[in-house]
Design a protein around this ligand. Sequence first.
Ligand SMILES: [Zn+2]
Length: 42
Amino acid sequence: MKDTDSKTSPRCPACGAETYRRHCKYVCPAHGVVMDCADAFW
Ligand SMILES: [Zn+2]
């Protein structure tokens, strides 16, 4: 599995919290999905 690279996940633009990757989306623990991988490829 490639779930160990979570340290490279981007920050939430709203609160700066570290997001986590879920399938093809980046999810903020406070705001939910903040980014879609189709949106921006970090
Ligand atoms: Zn947030």
